[in-house]
Design a protein around this ligand. Structure first.
Ligand code: NAP
Length: 248
């Protein structure tokens, strides 16, 4: 496993992020208050998983823009997510979001990179929830992703310069509302990334939703953050650390 420093919330790190971020004001506020300020979250993809994840962030009070190619079909989702939620086109969401969640079939990632890659590279964090799945995306894509070292490294090629963290990739959308802020020990969310500031921000945001992020390594470890691997599903943070230690 790639060795990575573990990240607790680090105010100086987030202040550094604020200094470098395209939209400085919200990041500075987020860092200064230790997270009470609300970042704008955009989802590219607002289906089962994107809808459920965006709703978690909206329930935390973050302004959320769900997006799809048919934003007029998202009225029920927006109403259920609450007053901080709205819907838009992908272009509007990319403009809106301080942080972007990419939650689309893997076949869509290439086109999104082509159309919005430059704008996404200017965001301090893109959370990549998308997985290559043979029965949906086809064997050719799955083989290509594998040749490139798995989903983390493959997404980085499709979104050059993006500050990527893979997260939530194999927690079923139905489980997200129940698992968030559950009583007792939190459910762990394995995360993988190469950018320390993006990891710090993802860590903070994921903790806010009532999960415990566990950094398992760099984007090369993103290949394990897909359904069908030992890290898939719901695990405690300790279980994730144990499993990750057996993976290379
Ligand atoms: N379902 C889960 O429990 C789960 C859990 C973890 C990770 N994931 C991963 O999350 C991703 C989404 O899964 P899902 O279950 O949420 O799928 P879904 O319910 O089918 O939703 C897919 C979303 O992606 C959008 N989309 C599809 N093709 C697109 C394109 N070419 N360009 C832009 N947007 C496009 C769709 O929007 P429009 O068609 O309206 O534009 C829709 O909002 C997948 O990679 C999946 O493996 C899913």
């Amino acid at each position: 496993m790639t060795k990575h420093p573990s990240f607790e919330f680090d105010r100086r790190r987030l202040l550094g992020l604020a200094a470098g971020a395209a939209a400085t004001a919200p990041f500075a506020a987020f860092a200064q208050t230790g997270g009470d300020a609300q970042l704008k979250i955009a989802t590219i993809g607002a289906g089962r998983e994107g809808g459920a994840l965006g709703t978690l962030f909206a329930k935390q009070g973050h302004p959320v823009m769900f997006s799809s190619r048919h934003p007029d079909e998202l009225k029920d989702l927006v109403a259920a997510a609450g007053p901080t939620a709205q819907a838009g086109t992908i272009e509007q969401a990319v403009k809106f979001g301080d942080v972007v969640l990419l939650v689309v079939p893997y076949t869509a990632v290439e086109g999104i990179g082509r159309d919005y890659g430059k704008a996404l590279a200017a965001k301090p964090l893109v959370i990549d929830v998308s997985n290559p799945i043979a029965r949906r995306d086809g064997d050719a894509i799955v083989s290509r992703v594998a040749e490139q070292g798995g989903a983390g490294l493959a997404t980085a090629k499709l979104l050059p310069g993006a500050h990527l963290v893979r997260a939530f990739n194999a927690i079923n959308f139905r489980r997200l509302p129940e698992d968030a802020h559950r009583a007792g020990d939190p459910i762990g969310v394995p995360i993988a990334g190469d950018d320390p500031a993006a990891i710090a921000l993802a860590t903070k945001l994921i903790k806010e939703t009532g999960f415990e992020p566990v950094l398992v390594g760099g984007l090369a470890m993103g290949k394990y953050l897909v359904p069908g691997t030992p890290l898939a599903g719901e695990h405690s943070p300790a279980e994730i650390r144990q499993i990750a230690a057996t993976l290379k």
